[in-house]
Design a protein. Structure first.
Length: 448
C-alpha cells in the first residue's frame, strides 16, 4: 500500500504546459516538432555512421557485435527458424488470432483499393504514351521492440508490400535479452506469410537490409518506424535503397469544443503518451472548463496505470494544452504543427476536416479514437511525424512500387514535333540532342 500511495502522490504533481497566447502556442508547438534535434542527434549521427560503415564492410560479424553491445545477446543464428513462426501462431489464443485476422482483412481490403493503374494514351499524332507500375522485388520491414511489442506494425507494413506484389519480404525486429522475439509479433508475421525474420534491431538492422550480409538479403525498399538511431540509419542509406519516410516519435493533436467528453479526451491523450517518453500529446480547445479540468482527469486515469512513468514523462516534457478563442484558431495552429494524428472531438467534425490542410490522419468525432486507426480501421498507421505531414502522407502500396514511362512515337509524330524539339535542344546548347532528331527527319524524308 505504501508504494501505491507514493506513486499516486507523484502523479498528482503532473504539470502539463498550458498556454493561451497564439504566438506562445506557435513557439511551443515548434519546440515539440524539433524535440529530437540538437546535441542528442549530433551524437547519434556519429554512432550510426560508424555502424553503417562496419556492417557494409564486415556483414554478419558487425551485426552480431552491435546486437550484443546494444541488446545484450549474441544473435547466433541471426535468422529465426521459420518453424517458430508457425508455433507462435499455434500458441496464440484464439481470441487474439481472430483479432489479428480481422485487422488483416480490413487493412488488406483498404490497401487493395490503392493499387495504381497503368496509363496508356494516344497522342494527337498517333504516338503512344504511358506509365506502368511494377513492384520492387524485395522489401525490408522494421518492427520496433523495446518498450512494447507491435504486431500491428507487422500488418501495416507487410500488407501494402504484399498487395503491391513484392516477391520477398525480410522482417527485422529487436529481441529481448534472452534472444527471443515477442510471440505475437512472430504470429503476425506468420499470418501475413513472412518467412524471413531476423532478430536484430537498431541501425545495424537497417544497414543489414540496405547492404546485405551473409545472412540478410539486400532489399530495394525499407519501411517501418523506429527510434532516432533507426531513423538516422534510414536517412543515410536512402539512395542505396528506397525508404518510406523518416518517422520521429509519435504525436496526437486533439481539437475539442464544448461537445467533447473530458474522460475521452484524457484517455486519448494518454493513449499517445504511453508510447514513449518522447511522444507528444496536445490538446487545443475553445473550452476553458476543459483546460481547467483535463489535468486532473489525466491524473485520475494514471492511477495504477502500468505505463504511468512513461506517460508522465511524455506529458510533462512534450504535452501541451492550448486555449483558443474559436475553432478557426484551433485549426490554424493544427495546420502549422501538421500532426501525425489529428482528432476532431467537436460538433460537425466533417465541416472542419474539409478545411484541414496538414495531417497524417484525421479522426472525426467521438467514436473514432486514434487507437482504432492504430489497429484495424484500414488506412495505414505509419504516418508522417514532426511536421512532415506538410508534404507527405501515409505509407501505402505505392511505397513498394515504382513507375516507368513508356514512349513510342511514329515517324509521323516525330515529323510533326521535330521543329519544336530541335528548337528546345539548341536553346540548351545541346547539339547532339538536336542532331538525333534531324537524322531521323532526313531518313524519313529519303524513305518517302
Amino acid at each position: 500500500m505504501k508504494t501505491n500511495t507514493n506513486k499516486k502522490t507523484s502523479l498528482n504533481r503532473l504539470k502539463i504546459k498550458s498556454v493561451q497566447n497564439l504566438k506562445e502556442a506557435s513557439e511551443a508547438l515548434d519546440k515539440i516538432t524539433k524535440r529530437t534535434s540538437g546535441r542528442a542527434q549530433r551524437k547519434a549521427i556519429n554512432i550510426v555512421e560508424s555502424i553503417l560503415n562496419e556492417v557494409e564492410e564486415t556483414g554478419d560479424k558487425a551485426i552480431s557485435k552491435y546486437t550484443e553491445k546494444f541488446d545484450g545477446f549474441i544473435p547466433n543464428p541471426i535468422e529465426v527458424d521459420p518453424i517458430k513462426l508457425k508455433k507462435a501462431w499455434d500458441s496464440t489464443p484464439l481470441s487474439l488470432q481472430n483479432a489479428l485476422k480481422t485487422a488483416y482483412k480490413r487493412i488488406k481490403n483498404f490497401h487493395t483499393l490503392q493499387v495504381p493503374k497503368d496509363i496508356l494514351i494516344e497522342g494527337e499524332y498517333g504516338e503512344q504514351l504511358g506509365r506502368r507500375w511494377k513492384p520492387v522485388q524485395k522489401a525490408g520491414i522494421y518492427v520496433p521492440g523495446g518498450r512494447a511489442a507491435y504486431p500491428s506494425t507487422v500488418l501495416m507494413n507487410a500488407i501494402p508490400a504484399l498487395v503491391a506484389g513484392v516477391e520477398e519480404i525480410a522482417m527485422v525486429t529487436p529481441a529481448g535479452l534472452d534472444g527471443e522475439i515477442n510471440t505475437t509479433v512472430l504470429a503476425a508475421a506468420h499470418l501475413v506469410g513472412i518467412t524471413k525474420v531476423f532478430r536484430i534491431g537498431g541501425a545495424q538492422a537497417i544497414a543489414g537490409l540496405a547492404f546485405g550480409t551473409e545472412s540478410i538479403p539486400k532489399v530495394d525498399v525499407i519501411s517501418g518506424p523506429g527510434n532516432l538511431y533507426v531513423t538516422l540509419a534510414k536517412k543515410f542509406v536512402y539512395g542505396k535503397v528506397g525508404i518510406d519516410s523518416l518517422a520521429g516519435p509519435s504525436e496526437v493533436l486533439i481539437i475539442a469544443d464544448k461537445s467533447a467528453n473530458k474522460t475521452q479526451v484524457a484517455a486519448d491523450l494518454l493513449a499517445q503518451a504511453e508510447h514513449d517518453p518522447l511522444a507528444a500529446a496536445i490538446l487545443i480547445t475553445t473550452e476553458s472548463n476543459l483546460v481547467n479540468t483535463i489535468t486532473t482527469e489525466i491524473e485520475n486515469q494514471l492511477e495504477n496505470h502500468p505505463r504511468a512513468e512513461i506517460c508522465k514523462s511524455s506529458l510533462e516534457n512534450w504535452g501541451l494544452i492550448i486555449h483558443c478563442k474559436d475553432i478557426k484558431s484551433c485549426a490554424k495552429l493544427s495546420d502549422e504543427f501538421a500532426p501525425e494524428h489529428l482528432e476532431l472531438l467537436i460538433q460537425n467534425p466533417n465541416d472542419l476536416a474539409k478545411n484541414i490542410k496538414n495531417a497524417g490522419a484525421i479522426f472525426l468525432g467521438p467514436w473514432s479514437p486514434e487507437a482504432i486507426g492504430d489497429y484495424l480501421a484500414g488506412p495505414n498507421h505509419t504516418l508522417p511525424t514532426s511536421g512532415t505531414a506538410r508534404f507527405s502522407g501515409a505509407l501505402s502500396v505505392e511505397t513498394f512500387m515504382k513507375n516507368t514511362s513508356t514512349i513510342q512515337f511514329t515517324s509521323n509524330a516525330l515529323e510533326k514535333t521535330k521543329k519544336d524539339v530541335i528548337e528546345l535542344a539548341l536553346s540548351e546548347g545541346l547539339h547532339s540532342h538536336a542532331q538525333s532528331i534531324k537524322i531521323r527527319s532526313i531518313k524519313t524524308s529519303q524513305e518517302n
